[in-house]
Design a protein around this ligand. Structure first.
Ligand code: HEM
Length: 385
């Protein structure tokens, strides 16, 4: 009798175990356990990356496209971001990859419709990242910074960046930070102007935005058109840029885009165009500029009138021929601390290294002061949450 009872209770236990296994199997079939496992996996990946800021010990890349996330999973933001370092905890790996592609392609499509936006995007990144005490945190979009005269022609970019962010979020179902949207749009701009990031750009997303209540930084701390070379070298030097990098970055960027006449008219002589007030200005160029600027003071003139839609060394060559547009551009060509660099890149040999060197400085500038104490983790991750 006792034996039969023991046998029956053993059978009941076995049946119960079988039932539990079946339920687990059914849950797995409905993908729930797969999702749970993946969530666990991505959190591990992020944890490791957050601490080291480098690749996983296993050798897998932080943003390998093979890793995937469910539509409801969210990353665990690092409690304290490290200033100046990419915050790898901001996006799940596959979301990072998706956003990088989406921002670049959305921005690229907009630039192809309106090339002026590409020049403005490049300059926007510079003005976001290089304000004193700021960094690449999208503070340039705040009303305070945008109201400064130096950002006069960048106002259009507030709507453009919002639109790129919205379209990328829709494509990936994840909201990129505004700071990352600006930075990736800068990369898209360089690509639009003919530089390939593939070889030289170790570019990653991972920038927190400035606190929403922030009034922004002081754009008056940016290099200004009336600054001397010494002041510009001091301003950009304090952010970690050598004189070589300053000249390369400034003149390289000025190889595309335009400047308003009133910013260089003090160099011209309206009455006798062949005798410009700035004697260093080439006579022929001076007369062309007087003609172009006669109608209105805010007329836009391309820096590089030979290849205005290519990020190349042509503007550096023009500077050597005394055809720089801004006084400061011409100063870079004349000052002992930067003249050698201008000559070097304008030569045949320097031309070959220009692309890689320019992209390196560009990417470096997109990391300045990122994730500083004024920045905050995003409030919204998934579009739907
Ligand atoms: C030496 C320091 C610099 C000074 C004083 C300076 C000044 C200026 C000025 C006055 C303009 C014309 C703006 C207007 O017409 O409203 C301009 C245009 C531009 N600057 Fe600079 N800049 C400097 C360095 C840089 C750097 C480092 C970059 C890097 C991204 C840059 C990117 C641009 C671009 C892309 C434009 C053309 C914008 C457009 O066409 O919309 N500049 N810059």
């Amino acid at each position: 009798m006792n034996r039969r009872v023991t046998w029956r209770s053993g059978l009941r236990k076995a049946l119960l175990l079988q039932l539990l296994l079946t339920v687990w199997w059914l849950i797995c079939l409905s993908d729930l356990c797969v999702v749970a496992a993946k969530e666990e996996e991505s959190e591990v990946v992020h944890h490791v990356i957050t601490i080291s800021g480098k690749r996983r010990a296993s050798g897998r890349l932080p943003f390998s496209s093979s890793s995937s996330s469910s539509s409801s999973s969210k990353p665990k933001y690092a409690s304290t971001a490290v200033k100046g370092k990419i915050d790898y905890s901001l996006y799940l790996p596959s979301d990072h990859d998706c956003l990088l592609v989406a921002i670049r392609s959305t921005a690229g499509a907009m630039f192809r419709k309106n090339a002026g936006l590409a020049a403005a995007a490049l300059r926007l990144g510079f003005h976001d990242c290089m304000t004193k005490g700021g960094g690449c945190d999208a503070s340039v979009l705040t009303a305070g910074e945008m109201a400064h005269p130096i950002n006069r022609r960048l106002k259009v970019m507030v709507g453009v960046i919002n639109e790129i962010q919205r379209r990328a979020a829709e494509a990936c179902k994840v909201v990129p930070t505004k700071a990352d949207t600006i930075a990736a749009a800068v990369i898209a701009s360089a690509e639009f102007y003919g530089l390939s990031c593939a070889r030289y750009c170790p570019f990653k997303l991972g920038r927190r935005d400035v606190h929403p209540s922030s009034k922004g930084d002081d754009p008056g701390t940016l290099p200004s058109v009336t600054d001397s070379v010494s002041i510009v070298l001091e301003k950009m030097g304090s952010l970690g840029f050598s004189p070589k990098e300053v000249a390369l970055y400034s003149l390289g960027s000025h190889s595309i885009g335009q400047a308003s006449c009133f910013l260089f008219e003090d160099r011209l002589n309206k009455r006798q165009c062949r005798l410009p007030r700035d004697e260093r200005l080439d006579n022929g160029r001076a007369c062309d500029l007087v003609k172009v600027c006669a109608a209105k003071r805010n007329q836009l003139v391309p820096f590089d009138y030979i290849t205005p839609t290519k990020l190349d060394t042509n503007y550096l060559k023009l500077v050597l021929q005394r055809q720089g547009l801004l006084r400061i551009d011409q100063d870079f060509g004349d000052d002992a601390r930067t003249a050698g660099v201008v000559r070097q890149y304008a030569s045949g040999k320097g031309e070959r290294s220009f692309h890689g060197d320019y992209l390196q400085v560009l990417v470096k500038s997109l990391s300045i002061g990122i994730n500083g104490p004024k920045s905050v983790a995003p409030r919204k991750y998934r579009l739907t949450t």
